[in-house]
Design a protein around this ligand. Structure first.
Ligand SMILES: C[S@@+](CC[C@H](N)C(=O)[O-])C[C@H]1O[C@@H](n2cnc3c(N)ncnc32)[C@H](O)[C@@H]1O
Length: 250
């Protein structure tokens, strides 16, 4: 494997990302225009209507141009397998970014309606361009907001998008790591999950979601059954990470 792929610190875009990482929780972007550049790159290089090629082109951009904070190709395989196991009719992602994770979910569940909640309007606009190019815009929807905004986004999901009791088959948490647990609990409070719903959480080791991990440990065999998958942080093999895959038991 080429050294720059394996060792992220050899890449300028990684150092630039470290400098811009504080922006992620406010603007949702690194701050150097790389997300818009990724969309332009995909539209210029990926075959329209070809989900595989769109995903591969995003991965290529992240490896060869600028590092992106998508779930990425390695952890993406864990996501794909969990989605296939859930075989969802309705799936929800928290944290859209450029639309890569939702596109992987849509590919693994060809009949699913996929929703992705994103705090930054600019990311929603980028993701919609990617989804349109991949040909999935009719069944992948970005909702701008957060689940912590006092109920506005949760209510919108319920009243406009069919989120109802027992309707949610698959949940992917990949947004603000400090919000994982509260947002999961909000979804559980709404009663949207059913026995056999699956929740997948990225970045549980890095940047880290310790409260979520602890909650899943405490609930093992009670409300949830969780498997912890060891993997690497996206687009490199130096830093390890954890993906949690949890089955809802009620
Ligand atoms: C790691 S990226 C998501 C990557 C995406 N899931 C993928 O695999 O392609 C995190 C995203 O979450 C968004 N975000 C941060 N806090 C959020 C929140 N509380 N609710 C929704 N989105 C949030 C950021 O703007 C950013 O776009």
């Amino acid at each position: 494997m080429d050294l720059k792929r394996r060792i992220p610190l050899l890449r300028w875009s990684v150092w630039r990302m470290a400098a811009g990482v504080r922006n992620i929780t406010t603007t949702g972007q690194i701050g150097d225009g790389r997300e818009a550049a990724a969309v332009d790159y995909v539209l210029a290089h990926a075959r329209a209507g070809d989900i595989d090629d769109v995903l591969a082109t995003i991965d290529k951009f992240a490896y060869e141009k600028s590092m992106l904070i998508n779930v990425g190709d390695e952890k993406g395989l864990l996501l794909d397998a969990a989605v296939r196991r859930a075989d969802p009719a309705l799936a929800l992602e928290l944290g859209t970014y450029c639309g890569y994770g939702a596109l992987r979910i849509a590919r693994a569940a060809p009949n699913a309606k996929v929703f992705s909640v994103e705090l930054a309007e600019a990311n929603a606009a980028n993701a919609r361009r990617i989804w349109a190019h991949a040909g999935v815009a009719d069944r992948v929807t970005c909702v701008v907001g957060t689940l912590g905004d006092g109920g506005r986004t949760l209510d919108a999901l319920a009243s406009e998008h069919g989120f109802a009791s027992g309707a949610l088959d698959f949940l992917f948490l990949d947004h603000d790591k400090d919000a994982y647990l509260n947002d999961l609990l909000s979804i559980m409070d709404r009663g949207w999950l059913h026995k056999g719903s699956i929740a997948v959480a990225d970045n549980v080791r890095v940047p880290g979601a310790p409260k979520y991990r602890e909650y899943m440990r405490q609930q093992q065999g009670k409300l949830w059954n969780t498997v912890e998958h060891k993997a690497h942080l996206e687009y490199q093999s130096m830093v390890s990470d954890l993906v949690l895959e949890s089955d809802y038991l009620r």
